[in-house]
Design a binder for this molecule. Structure first.
Ligand code: AKB
Length: 315
């Protein structure tokens, strides 16, 4: 049985991945960590430790104490916050990653960390962006992601660490809201549609970005971590996407359930510029070929489920 340490486990991905992995591998085998403590299920339903990932000694001590064989490193700042606080982003995103990789090397752990569509930039091909292509991002977050991908490659080739990764698109969920990302509008729009039947988007119409519903993202992490390592040609994070849309397409889909829904725009130049520097739609075919990546949700199915769940919660 796996023994897994998850960093950033109170974040958007972490909170749901911790719960899912506890269901699969047993609560006692998933060690959740975060820099803060809350009353959430993540803290109460299994082992939980306070951890600042920039503290390498603490990271090592907790990993050793629980005899972990797998590290899922999620603690990081997202793109919009990283643009506001670039030095903090560098220190946390790169410092945390290299610390987690060092612990994985010392304790011979399997290792996962997410990259992002943010690892691409304005000179990357925008449509059907290939797995291996130009990566010259213009954001601090993107710089961190590219450096992180290279670092994972390095630890794999140099030290034999079993590093694996996914270039996540915007992730959409009704459980834990994201914070500080460029794609967050695609989550907020559902909350506002249910509550107020209107939304003002900070991303402009006609701006396409890749997205994925959280259950598909969680399955992708589990599937990649369970995949036969000898079949993986890429260690620098796989392109994975389930859909690509702009705010207008979301509104059209929401109106099938809430006909009076109104979408307005007040474009935020910072997040709009980040979105425009990213691809419209990435090509996931390497992930499909090398480990069988698949998704179950498109925009229609995801919208029905998001609005249904949020409506029940609001009653
Ligand atoms: C963000 O918007 O920063 C993230 C991402 C696409 O990596 N959701």
């Amino acid at each position: 049985m796996k023994k897994v340490l998850i960093t950033g486990s109170l974040g958007q991905i972490g909170s749901e991945l911790t719960t899912k992995m506890r269901e699969i591998y047993g609560s006692e085998n998933i060690i959740a960590t975060d820099i803060r403590k809350t009353t959430s299920d993540v803290v109460t339903s299994g082992p939980f430790e306070i951890l600042d990932v920039t503290d390498q000694t603490a990271l090592f001590t907790i990993a050793k104490k629980h005899k972990v064989d797998t590290i899922i490193h999620l603690a990081a700042l997202l793109s919009a916050t990283a643009e506001q606080k670039p030095l903090l982003a560098w220190n946390l995103n790169m410092g945390g990653l290299v610390n987690a990789l060092e612990v994985a090397r010392e304790l011979q752990c399997q290792f996962f960390t997410p990259s992002s569509i943010g690892a691409f930039g304005p000179t990357t091909p925008k449509d059907w962006t290939p797995q291996d292509t130009i990566q010259r991002p213009t954001t601090m977050y993107g710089v961190n992601k590219v450096a992180g991908e290279l670092l994972c490659d390095y630890y794999h080739h140099k030290f034999g660490v079993d590093t694996r990764g996914l270039r996540f698109p915007g992730l959409i969920s009704y459980v834990t809201p994201p914070g500080g990302g460029t794609t967050d509008y695609a989550v907020e729009i559902y909350y506002e549609a249910v509550k107020h039947k209107r939304y003002t988007s900070y991303i402009d119409k006609g701006t396409y970005m890749d997205m994925m519903y959280m259950p598909d993202a969680l399955n992708a992490v589990i599937q990649l971590m369970e995949a036969d390592g000898s079949k993986l040609k890429h260690r620098n994070s796989f392109n994975v996407s389930a859909m690509s849309f702009d705010p207008e397409q979301m509104a059209t889909e929401i109106r099938k359930t809430i006909p009076e829904f109104v979408l307005n725009y007040q474009v935020d130049p910072v997040r709009q510029a980040i979105a425009e520097s990213w691809p419209n739609h990435i090509d996931s075919s390497c992930a499909i070929e090398e480990w069988g990546f698949k998704t179950e949700y498109n925009l229609e199915k995801m919208t029905r489920e998001m609005l249904g769940k949020l409506k029940v919660e609001s009653q």
